[in-house]
Design a protein around this ligand. Structure first.
Ligand code: GLC
Length: 589
């Protein structure tokens, strides 16, 4: 008799590694310059060789593509530029056959303005779907459409007012993102039921969970007495870090982030969609401006909300009072201090998502590492070591496993992102010149992460036989999958070993986390412990040479097994001294 297979534990995702595919930029199968689902299916060997367990697919739904698919006009269909529903079913089947899962992006804080729901909603003030979105009249005493008549002073994440006037019905609608991304009104139970039905439809089709876009924005603060929505603080000290320009606009943060009903809605969703299904699914919420305390509320399994969240503290460290484009300096020490706080704060109750990059962030090696030719590989490996060995579920963004870097955009015409284009226009209108406006976009612009995946050294990096929708990074001639796949010293091979370690070592998955405080804040050290097993990770997060990781028990650790190293076998006996961006992992017990 064959033994019964072990049942999947509810928290299977603790030992999983997730890989994010940004479909537009991953692989193009038909030469139109836009990545597509058949292209993904052609490259599954890469993911399997890397060892990842789950693919998170950024949106492939039907969309006008104002925000590259985060503006959905039909939740039940695939955009023709990406393929068909059959292609998607095929991708799900291929992944399952290889033992991998597929997590879809779920964008339900807003729809596209081209969605049928919004078309109906905007058609008249009496339409049954009017209340599915946030419609408000002009500010009292003002005429709709004139400057300053917006119902509140809120700024959007894309450098404009958060309100757009609709002359057809003489009212404004709310959008925290682009004007073509109207916010759904989750106060309306019909909206919530429609969303849950759609989620169930996808799970029944075979997908394994959802990454939920800006899910902590779904509940807004609504006052009982007019005006029910209130102005935000302009330029105030309470600003929420992130993309909102709180110098020019009021900060909507306190009214739209973690609103009063957000936990109720998530618990209701959990009951309606997940609670009755067998284990094997994954939910991760994208939650900007979240504190450790809030992170615990979202991810405590006893509350039945989400498995884990993407918090933003570490990716907001280099944002100043003016928001995302107000770039301020940040050091790897700042990064590590922030991550360590989350490591310790989430404790045994919650669970962390571990990420250093995604489709909204610049390349992590350019931002937190050193992308000079001398240090690119080493710094990418050091960052990967920390990423994979912290406690939580690691997320690898496509191309980061190769150490891809920020793009050398010459001017705004090289970029495609609506966020960058709006920010550029806003910067020029504030009196900055083109070069000043580009400085922040070159550093922080989202297109840095959206240049095509680099498969090989051929003309368009093996991404397309046509003309790519955004230029391929010129460094693809050296930085690509083909050159790294069989090179044991590559960034790719290092990621592979780190993933293997997680799959083999329960201490990586379940071990406690403790930072080892050191005098030199360029060196990050932590110990993971489980049932007598200990793992020490030391990493020099700088390009400086010969930094000592002055652990009190350094000599003992030097006797322990060196499981992973980015710089070969050291010959030290007493002191741990690290070269630039050198990382080591020791194991004992
Ligand atoms: C999330 C997405 C981002 C998108 C925004 C609006 O932050 O990750 O790409 O622009 O939501 O949907």
């Amino acid at each position: 008799m064959t033994p019964e297979p072990e049942p999947t534990p509810r928290d299977w995702w603790k030992s999983a590694v997730v890989y994010q595919v940004y479909p537009r930029s991953f692989a193009d199968s038909d030469g139109d310059g836009i990545g597509d689902i058949p292209g993904i299916r052609q490259h599954l060997d890469h993911l399997e060789n890397l060892g990842v367990d789950v693919v998170w697919l950024s949106p492939i739904y039907r969309s006008p593509m104002d925000d590259n698919g985060y503006d959905i006009s039909d939740y039940h269909d695939v955009d023709p530029s990406f393929g068909t529903l059959d292609d998607l079913d095929g991708l799900i089947a291929d992944l399952h056959a290889r033992g991998m899962k597929l997590v879809m992006d779920l964008v339900v804080n807003h729809t596209s303005s081209a969605h049928q729901w919004f078309q109906e909603s905007r058609s008249s003030r009496d339409d049954p779907k009017r209340d599915w979105y946030w419609w408000r009249p002009a500010r009292p005493g003002h005429t709709g459409g004139e400057p300053g008549a917006e119902p509140t002073n809120w700024g959007s994440a894309f450098s404009e007012s958060a309100w757009t006037y609709d002359p057809g019905t003489d009212e404004y609608y709310l959008h925290i993102f682009a004007a073509s991304q109207p916010e759904l009104n989750w106060e309306n139970p019909e909206v919530r039921q429609a969303v849950y039905a759609m989620m169930n439809w996808w799970l029944d089709r075979g997908v394994d969970g959802f990454r939920m876009d800006v899910i902590n924005l779904i509940s807004k603060v609504v006052h009982d007495d007019p005006p029910d929505l209130r102005d935000g603080v302009v330029g105030g000290p309470d600003r929420q870090a992130g993309p909102i320009d709180t110098v020019r606009f009021g900060d909507p943060g306190p009214y739209v982030l973690h609103g009063p009903r957000v936990h109720e809605f998530l618990q209701e969703m959990h009951q309606a969609v997940f609670a009755h299904r067998p284990a094997g699914l994954l939910t991760v919420g994208e939650t900007p401006a979240t504190t450790v305390e809030q992170g615990l509320l979202y991810t405590d399994p006893a509350r039945g909300e989400l498995d884990m969240v993407f918090q933003f503290e570490h990716v907001d460290l280099d944002s100043g009072p003016g928001g995302k484009w107000d770039v301020v300096p940040m050091t790897p020490a700042d990064l590590m201090a922030s991550l360590a706080r989350w490591q310790e704060g989430m404790g045994d109750v919650g669970w962390n998502s571990l990420y250093l990059g995604n489709h909204d962030q610049p390349r992590c090696v350019s931002r937190f590492g050193d992308d000079s030719p001398e240090h690119r590989v080493r710094s990418a490996k050091a960052l990967a070591t920390v990423l994979h060995l912290h406690r939580g579920t690691p997320y690898i963004y496509q191309g980061d496993e190769l150490g891809m870097t920020n793009a050398p955009f010459r001017d705004i015409h090289d970029t495609r992102d609506i966020e960058s284009h709006n920010a550029y226009r806003a910067a020029l209108s504030r009196g900055l010149d083109a070069e000043q406006a580009m400085a922040a976009i070159r550093y922080k612009g989202r297109d840095n992460a959206r240049t095509p995946m680099q498969w090989d050294a051929t003309e368009h990096a093996g991404f397309t036989t046509g003309f790519p929708w955004i230029e391929v990074h010129p460094d693809h001639v050296t930085v690509n999958v083909a050159t790294q796949a069989d090179d044991p010293d590559s960034v790719l091979a290092h990621h592979r070993r780190l993933i293997e370690l997680r799959h083999q070592e329960p201490v990586v998955v379940h071990g406690s986390f403790a930072t080892v405080p050191l005098d030199d804040d360029r060196v990050h050290a932590f110990v993971r412990r489980l049932d007598g097993r200990e793992l020490l990770v030391v990493a020099n997060l700088s390009s400086d040479d010969a930094l000592e990781a002055a652990l009190p028990d350094a000599a003992d650790w030097l006797d322990a097994e060196l499981v992973l190293s980015t710089a070969g076998q050291p010959d030290e006996q007493e002191r741990i001294v690290l070269g630039p961006w050198e990382a080591r992992v020791y194991r004992r017990g």
